[in-house]
Design a binder for this molecule. Sequence first.
Ligand code: ADP
Length: 379
Amino acid sequence: MTDLAAPAIVAQVLDAPPLAMIIIDQHGIIQAFSKRAEQVFGYAAADIIGKNIAVLTPPHVAAQHDDYLANHVRTGEKRIIGSNRIEMARHHAGHNFPVELNVSPLNLGDRAGFVGFLRPIGGGELQQREARTMLAELAQTSRVSAMGALATAIAHELNQPLTNIANFTQGLSNLVGRQDEFKGREEVLRILGNCSSQAVRAGQLLHRLRDFVKGGQPVTEPCHVTELVRDAAALAMINGFKRTIHMAHDLPAELPMVEVDRLQAQQVLFNLLRNAFEAVDAENGGRHEIFISARDTGDGFVQINVEDEGPGIAPEIADSLFESFVTTKGGGMGVGLAICKQIIESYGGRIGVGKSTRLPGAAFHFTLPIVHGPTGTGD
Ligand code: ADP
């Protein structure tokens, strides 16, 4: 009988795609580097074994690695170890790319070590050029949505005064109309009539504008939540990779598919992640962790949570957070969350925020509808 634990067989299994495998010791020195890892990073195993794992990460992250490892060995704290994470990695050629990573502790006999299994997001094809195209596409959708939110807000704000003008002028017409001896009565009535009809017309235009904004029908399709999260997270990482932020995620494999417009769902995730990045960034010296998780709510929706280590929601804006133009940022437009709310509610979902129980900062949550149909796995 074949000994399945024989080193040669184990080595073959470890070299099997699609996962790349890297083993490091407790000081971060690379001990083993699988064939797939060679393809993913562009290094030959012989050249990289003996080097510090830091060479495989962007320089700003590299500085933190030793601290993380030392901290884990000293305290046993599981910050990176054991969870699925999305991180930026660095190719031999010098470009950064997002990877999904799972690290477990190893006993290397005389010392502690770690084994990491990873795969590039988008099968390695989410390269800079494609990412840039996707970002541009997302930015365009954001702009369109921002205009939509702007138009909605303008419509909302202007509708009331316009209604008032129409009412006042109508009232004045009635008043003047009753005074037979009023000089220039005909002229005043004519002008007031114009005024009134102009105000009504402006109101109708705004209604049409609002209908137009609402009317841009999204194209929905069954989507894997895990893929939506991975892609949006990868884009957010690429967009903000100069910041030293790590993402962990907890997404059960058996999650049902959701029926959404892929770009819109990614836009919601992207907005929440960007806010989390900015919140965490603002907390200088704080720990830089963002946690994404998802669960089936049991009533036809999947709930996705984005938690961060930022300062949490400022109390003065907590009640109006999802309204347009509410911001605490100098250059902020304050439409991001309003757009998220608009998108989520168009699917009959909910969006909200609370205090994270896992991390010190905010915990945003939103729901997306599960697929109801022959293509879905959620029925
Ligand atoms: P903007 O980012 O342009 O300010 P948003 O609508 O996306 O617009 O966010 C509105 C406000 O909500 C932000 O200015 C910020 O004060 C707050 N906020 C959003 N996300 C977070 C978060 N993760 N942590 C703390 N505050 C947040």
